[in-house]
Design a protein. Structure first.
Length: 282
């Protein structure tokens, strides 16, 4: 496990940038382009060179409808990538819902765990993270990818997401994870319809009011595929959503988000820098 000063901060004052390294054959965003370890390692190097502060390495696709790989396959995918990037000095996050994978990833050099289920998918996860003493990203989650969109039912999405995230944070603290090492993620695109995502983004301050660092992960999500597209046209493909991603990241930065999780680093940093320079201008 790589030691990391927490919380991670950028010297330029911008939110932390978490670069996505998908080691999967079925990612919605890149279609498996970085599936082989050598390609994933090189991609991580590129993201780091572009300014990523953390590299989030995951071996399980969480796109709507995705099936889970066997644990052995997830380990085979991610461990060589984590080990290589951590050995080069990168701060690596293990993107996994499995406690056994998180434990092996931390032993391979990961410095934190990003669990989209917030520990709900594996009851052993909180204990692994608490024992290691590493930061933990807990996302708002209502079920696995195979059927999560059927659970996108809310009377008041902002109030319900905040209540469920707050309860999850309290439970994790009770299980031994220090409160100052918890990061909250409102879970854009997970059991959320487009209108839910926009409402959560509009009221991101309510998530920030929960008192923990907040990670925003809108990158290339389906709801951004409709931005600027006529009603009678199909959505933009994932790779054409980076401009919209940069805009949402810039908005999150102005509200005080701790970090943003993105596939394309450079445009996001540029957009957030513009927002900062405007705010600081006299």
């Amino acid at each position: 496990m790589t030691n990391v000063t927490w919380p991670v901060r950028r010297p330029d004052g911008l939110p932390v940038v978490m670069g996505v390294v998908n080691v999967t054959p079925d990612s919605f965003s890149d279609g498996g382009q970085w599936f082989e370890p050598a390609a994933a390692i090189e991609h991580g190097r590129v993201l780091r060179a572009q300014g990523a502060d953390i590299l989030d390495v995951g071996g399980e696709s969480t796109r709507p409808g995705a099936e889970r790989p066997p644990v052995e396959e997830e380990l085979r995918r991610v461990l060589p990538v984590i080990e290589a990037l951590a050995a080069e000095g990168a701060v690596v996050s293990a993107d996994t819902m499995r406690a056994s994978v998180a434990r092996a990833a931390l032993q391979a050099g990961a410095a934190m765990v990003n669990d989209v289920s917030g520990g709900l998918a594996d009851e052993a996860m909180a204990g692994v993270v608490a024992e290691a003493g590493v930061p933990f990203v807990t996302m708002h989650w209502r079920g696995h990818s195979a059927d999560m969109q059927s659970r996108a039912v809310y009377a008041d999405v902002v109030a319900e997401v905040c209540a469920e995230l707050g309860e999850r944070a309290r439970s994790l603290v009770a299980q031994g994870i220090p409160a100052d090492r918890l990061v909250l993620d409102p879970g854009f695109g997970f059991a959320k319809l487009p209108e839910h995502n926009w409402s959560l983004l509009r009221h991101l301050d309510r998530v920030l009011d929960l008192g923990h660092p907040v990670l925003v992960g809108t990158s290339r999500k389906a709801f951004l595929g409709r931005v600027g597209v006529p009603a009678d046209a199909g959505p933009r493909p994932p790779r054409d959503r980076d401009g919209a991603t940069a805009a949402t990241s810039m908005y999150a930065a102005t509200l005080g988000a701790w970090g943003v999780r993105v596939h394309e680093v450079r445009s996001t940093i540029d957009a957030m820098s513009v927002a900062r320079d405007i705010q600081e201008a006299q």
